[in-house]
Write a protein that binds this ligand. Sequence first.
Ligand SMILES: Nc1ncnc2c1ncn2[C@@H]1O[C@H](COP(=O)(O)OP(=O)(O)O)[C@@H](O)[C@H]1O
Ligand SMILES: N[C@@H](CC(=O)OP(=O)(O)O)C(=O)O
Length: 415
Amino acid sequence: MKVFKFGGASVKDADGVKNVVRVLKHEGYHNTLIVVSAMGKMTNAFENIVAAYCYKQHNLNSSIEFVRDFHLTIINALFSDKNNPIFLELEITLGQLSGFFISNKKKDYNFIYDQVVGFGELLSTKIISAYLKEQQIENNWIDVRDFIKTTAHFRDAQVNWEVTCANISQLNTANLYITQGFLGATNTGETTTLGREGSDFSAAIFAYCLQANSLTIWKDVDGVLNADPRFFESTTLLNQISYHEAIEMAFYGASVIHPKTLKPLENKNIPLYVRSFYNLDLKGTTVSKGYDLVPETPCFIVKKDQILVSIAAVDFSFMVEHNLSHIFKILHDFKLKVNLIQNSALSFSVCIEDKFGNFQDFLEELTKKYKVSYFKAVNLYTIRHATKKSIATIEQKGKVLLKQVTKGTVQVIME
Ligand SMILES: Nc1ncnc2c1ncn2[C@@H]1O[C@H](COP(=O)(O)OP(=O)(O)O)[C@@H](O)[C@H]1O
Ligand SMILES: N[C@@H](CC(=O)OP(=O)(O)O)C(=O)O
């Protein structure tokens, strides 16, 4: 069996959905399970619905209307028969969302978030499944929440591998299935999510439990490149990457593959293909056992909008274990993601990402005990397989605030 994953970018409009059919016809679609994300940027739109409901940040009805219009435009373009059941299905699904708001008694933001954003994947898969049927491609729509079982850590649920694999192994590998990325469920049936951009991971879970022959992630780029083409003018396609190299790249922030995707594949030696959904003749990138990097070339990863914080003790005492463990506890308490650390005798620098908007509260807590200075909106560049020339390319972009060199990897924070 093979597993395909189509992300939001590949199904952002009606042409994207038509292109899924083209891919399936080109590649063959028996013995295949397809994992799909919410269409385009719909997860962000559902986040706005959550904010409207929880914080009254937007108007709830108009936020839901926006999502409804977006999907309606797509199905209007896909289905000429306006009696197709998908039109009713859209209303029923959005009715379930409104029903949740009426019946919900819980105040937990993370719980509410997961119950709401999951509708993005439910809608995208229902629409694609209906369109495949319309195109005479018989397929089985399955609800991933019956298969991937997780802990109740809403927004960052951990997979219960044993139960999940037992569920998934019930699938008939001769069929074509379509299911949702990003979602799971607790054993009492509440929807959970695996973390933003987690659909790659969902696809890897299916590949692992099905002992699939391969996982293919279809992208709007030719494969994994040596840099994000949005930020670098000239890039090189990487033909082959080892699991280990890919894990390192994803860990440092190469957003083309979600970091959790690779380990399950490596454990069962399942190759990952990253291919262009535009150009089906290209081979793309293979991530597998074997050469680390072909061609061997410096790889650039950029993380934007970071904060560089320098911390020193007020009494000029050394920054050693007890200070550091205290600082890490505060970082953890405020859910700040640490992307780089560097320390000297008297100061400790940390490059952080403030995903949840907690930086001001963190600062207040930290300044009770430490002298703190910081630079906001800095960029963190990581160069794997760095050469003198590649480092110079980055350093000429502006002022270097911090540089760290470890074997083969150079990290530079630029103002
Ligand atoms: N090293 C890289 N190689 C290729 N693409 C990259 C890389 N790093 C970041 N990207 C970006 O990842 C994008 C594809 O990922 P994404 O938009 O999240 O797709 P999807 O919605 O299908 O998951 C590309 O358009 C590209 O800008
Ligand atoms: N829709 C979810 C999950 C996901 O992985 O999406 P994508 O495959 O489009 O990155 C998100 O946007 O976070």
